[in-house]
Design a protein around this ligand. Structure first.
Ligand code: MRU
Length: 376
């Protein structure tokens, strides 16, 4: 069970200096290997290669990265900048890095020296980590109560996409935390897990967590979702989010929008679960959300190809590279590889957060969630 698992992220003070230790998600489910980051470039690499991934834990990683820079005497402003921009879509990453940078600056401004400021930075990063765990519990509570209303009678069959459980969080996660609560209440008949091409976060990571929890789950190819809806096998879709704009549009793992359209067509509730730290009121609408474009070889060679470095963006490697991964397409094939897509609020039945639920999803409802927020 989750309590005995290898921690997803931790900050450790070793005799040779502080480090950020990650459970390397690129190697799951085959092995639970840890990745030790002793400096900011190593952590940025881990973020770009998706060794650590998922919106809330990216915020925690950003925070610990800034604390690490402060403790090791690196340039804190530069560290915060590098971390905040390592990936563009999940707003939590910049939130975590900037929040800890602000704590460091404030302490430095108080004139008690670098060591005190570094300690304050670490305390802030640890607070962020703790708050995220608490947020998971509140999302699970609000979300499971909502699902009981939306799908009366229990025994529900829920489709999810990507990975949104303990691997993305300081606690039990977002959407998957809700579904774990439903499962523990004996109300989850089947978890449908979309494989989530090209990096297979569903098949590799959600299935791994579902197995840990003893949930009844089935992995399906992304292209099989339509026929699953048509067969009447889906009672609700529950997914996470990387950024929610002020108008309620939701950026999440590519493929989410297609599921929202299918859910709308089949009259199935489509629920988004995210902490309020994923809401970005500075982004007015979905069209303003920057969607990360990733390297061609992820599509043409799959997740087994070499990990991305920070410089490798769209087209960062030609399709069918020289023996780096299995050829899934001819050598030189072009590919379209956005990491996320944006679902308009009209297709979203409810946004569930740690501060409550917005349903229907309106700009006013989204603003209201933020106004009651404990978020700083
Ligand atoms: O590219 P990833 O694996 O970082 O994408 C993650 C997702 O899209 C998750 O669904 C999202 O971060 C929500 S998890 C709370």
């Amino acid at each position: 069970m989750a309590e005995e698992c290898v921690p997803v992220i931790r900050y450790e003070e070793l005799p040779e200096g502080p480090v950020v230790v990650l459970l390397d998600q690129t190697r799951l489910p085959a092995e639970e290997a840890e990745l030790v980051c002793t400096d900011v470039p190593a952590l940025v690499d881990a973020i770009c290669s998706l060794a650590v991934r998922g919106a809330p834990v990216l915020g925690i990683a950003g925070g610990y990265g800034v604390a690490l820079a402060a403790a090791r005497g690196f340039d804190v402003a530069d560290a915060a900048e590098q971390l905040a921009h390592a990936r563009p879509t999940a707003v939590n990453l910049a939130y975590g890095a900037r929040r800890v940078e602000a704590a460091y600056r404030e302490a430095l401004g108080a004139g008690r020296g670098e060591a005190h400021a570094a300690a304050q930075a670490l305390a802030e990063a640890r607070a962020l980590h703790r708050e995220d765990a608490e947020a998971s519990d509140r999302m699970a509570e609000h979300g499971s109560a909502l699902l009981a209303e939306l799908v009366p009678g229990g025994g529900m069959r829920v489709l999810t996409h990507c990975n949104t459980g303990r691997l993305v969080s300081g606690g039990s996660g977002t959407a998957l935390a809700v579904l774990k609560a439903v499962h523990r209440a004996g109300e989850l008949r089947r978890l449908w897990v979309g494989e989530t091409r090209p990096l297979l976060q569903g098949a590799r990571l959600t299935a791994y967590e579902a197995a840990e929890e003893g949930m009844a789950y089935s992995v399906l190819a992304d292209g099989a979702a339509g026929s699953l809806f048509a067969a009447g096998e889906v009672d609700a879709v529950v997914v996470g989010a990387d950024r929610i704009a002020a108008d309620g549009s939701v950026a999440n793992k590519v493929g989410t929008y297609s599921l929202a359209v299918l859910a709308g067509h089949h009259g199935v509730p489509f629920v988004v679960v995210a902490p309020v730290t994923t809401i970005d009121l500075d982004t007015a609408s979905g069209s303003e959300i920057e969607v990360e474009q990733r390297a061609v070889y992820e599509v043409t060679e799959g997740p087994w190809a070499r990990p991305l470095g920070p410089g490798a963006g769209p087209g960062g490697g030609p399709g069918g590279g020289p023996g780096l991964g299995p050829a899934l397409a001819p050598v030189g094939a072009h590919a379209y590889n956005p990491a996320f897509d944006v679902t308009p609020s009209a297709l979203v039945t409810a946004v569930v957060t740690d501060e409550g639920v917005a349903s229907p999803v309106t700009p006013e409802g989204i603003a209201e969630l933020c106004s009651t927020s404990r978020m700083r």
